[in-house]
Design a protein around this ligand. Structure first.
Ligand code: NG6
Ligand code: CA
Length: 511
């Protein structure tokens, strides 16, 4: 049930959205809130002190959580970045398509220009929209065919973003450059850039042949981050040229943060929607010197502190612009945590008692809870009462829920899997979804109490990352209320619950 306040706001925004807001209302009705999606990379539930971690201190996230709703049962759709972000923006389950897996650095844009997104929706409502930081949703039309030296199209502007400043994929994938409004930043036309995921460029040294050139980080054995060398770190993929445009790894967080702060300052007088994807705490972890050694956990812990700093800078920028009260921030992560994801950064050795996955089993890549049960805080001081919510919520619903906030319902075909759970995100409905569906190789469905994992042929365990992936040829059923660690498979004991959840999953698949 929506409260009268929310109905009031919805009606107001609907009116302004369709452009026929009655004049008399103008003075008395609240302003449209600004909306920021602040999405961390590979940061787990247990990586934040607001979720109970005693081994890491993330005071800015704590402050945000103290002024908002902190969720204990929030979910990303997938346990890796590309499918997770795809679903966040489109409200479409990534697993309905077979081409939403981890995107290469030269992947074509995964969200097609004709697909409606949450950014389109905000733009239609008169918002200025921006995307800053980690993208990992491809750029250009087709894989490997981008004109990296010109205007890269299609791009974010075709799916709703007025402004963009992006890392094309991940920091461990070439090209290691920022792309602003679909053009590489600082590119010297006399030193064009070339990217390939097929073959090396003759004469360009590779990490696997030149360990002596890996002055910052070396790859972990067998992970394969041993191709192009950029700033003393070898990456996935091959590139040459563009020397002046290459990012410095220690400055990535600063660059993303500065652009986010500028966006807020530039648009403080009009409603905006801003997506900020941090690079922290994805590999390669090479934080700015001012964070180095501060966590006692090596680069991974330091990257968590750097993430917290970014959160603080964004909050400060809102404060300075007088926008704190009327800005809705959704802070979350794209997928669960991983400790060794490909570089010898001593994350495993220095972890100590820290548990990035919190009380959950698995991690990034896993269909167990730690893969997709991610941190989430929703803050909007003007409207949201601080608290903790155990409601079952999914990032796939942010699209329809934000539309609802604007007083809109999604048009047919838009965000087909996204449902309006605005009241749950605002901490008013403490139940949330009836069930969430997730993917990490296998599909799972959970109603918050019971979780069914469909059989799959995938590996049960990933040795490289030391993560239990959760795949099994057998059906799995866990009681999350009694067994949050998913230790005891109850499928054989409760065939009726298996049948019920399986039937819902089959129905979802058939949609
Ligand atoms: C994996 C990479 C990992 C990371 C991940 C994407 C290997 C062995 N591992 O394939 O290092 O880049 O892809 O992470 O190549 S994500 O968070 O962006 O989805
Ligand atoms: Ca990720």
């Amino acid at each position: 049930m929506k409260s009268t306040i929310m109905l009031g706001i919805g009606a107001t925004l609907l009116a302004s959205c369709s452009g026929n807001k009655p004049k008399a209302e103008e003075k008395t009705t609240p302003q449209k809130p600004n909306v920021i999606f602040l999405i961390a990379d590979d940061i787990g539930y247990g990586d934040l002190s607001c979720n109970g971690s005693k081994t890491i201190h993330t005071p800015n996230v704590e402050k945000l959580a103290a002024q908002g709703v902190r969720f204990t049962d929030a979910h990303a759709v997938a346990a890796t970045s590309t499918p997770s972000r795809y679903s966040l923006f489109t409200g479409h389950y990534a697993w309905r398509r077979n081409d939403t897996g981890i995107a290469a650095g030269d992947a074509g844009m995964v969200i097609r220009p004709e697909q409606p997104t949450v950014a389109d929706m905000f733009r239609e409502c008169g918002y200025t929209t921006g995307a800053i930081g980690k993208w990992h949703l491809g750029l250009g039309d087709k894989t490997g065919t981008q004109d990296w030296n010109g205007f890269i199209t299609p791009g974010p502007t075709d799916i709703g973003f007025d402004y963009s400043y992006l890392m094309a994929a991940t920091a461990d994938r070439v090209p290691c450059v920022f792309v602003e409004n679909q053009r590489i930043v600082n590119l010297d036309p006399n030193d064009p850039i070339a990217v390939s995921y097929k073959e090396p460029f003759p004469g360009e040294p590779l990490g696997k042949d030149h360990p002596e050139m890996l002055t910052k980080l070396k790859p972990s054995p067998n992970h394969g981050h041993d191709m192009a060398i950029v700033n003393g770190i070898s990456r996935i993929g091959y590139m040459k040229g563009g020397k002046q445009a290459l990012w410095e790894d220690e400055n990535i967080a600063d660059s993303i943060t500065v652009k986010a702060v500028q966006f807020i300052e530039n648009h403080k007088d009009e409603p905006f929607f801003l997506y900020v994807g941090t690079n922290d705490a994805h590999v390669p972890r090479w934080p700015h010197p001012r964070f180095v050694g501060k966590s006692g956990m090596g680069p991974r812990g330091d990257a968590l502190l750097q993430f917290d700093w970014t959160v603080g800078q964004i909050m400060d920028a809102l404060d300075k612009a007088g926008l704190t009260e009327n800005t809705l921030i959704v802070l979350s992560s794209d997928n669960g945590p991983v400790v060794d994801d490909g570089y010898a950064d001593r994350a495993v050795e220095l972890l100590g008692d820290h548990k990035p996955w919190g009380p959950f089993r698995g991690g990034k890549y896993s269909i167990f809870e730690a893969g997709t049960r991610i941190p989430m805080v929703v803050s909007w001081p003007a409207q949201v009462k601080p608290g903790v919510s155990n409601a079952l919520v999914s990032q796939v619903d942010l699209y329809a829920s934000m539309a609802s906030l604007m007083g809109k319902t999604l048009e047919p075909g838009a965000g087909p899997d996204s449902q309006d759970y605005l009241d749950a995100f605002l901490g008013k409905d403490l139940k949330g979804r009836d069930y969430v569906v997730e993917v990490a190789g296998a599909l799972s469905i959970s109603d918050g109490e019971w979780k069914y994992i469909a059989p799959s042929n995938g590996a049960a365990y990933q040795k490289l990352t030391n993560i239990e992936l959760g795949n099994s040829k057998e059906e799995q059923l866990y009681n999350l209320k009694q067994d949050i660690g998913e230790k005891k498979n109850l499928a054989a004991e409760h065939p009726e619950i298996v049948a019920k959840l399986k039937a819902i999953l089959e129905k979802e698949k058939a949609k």
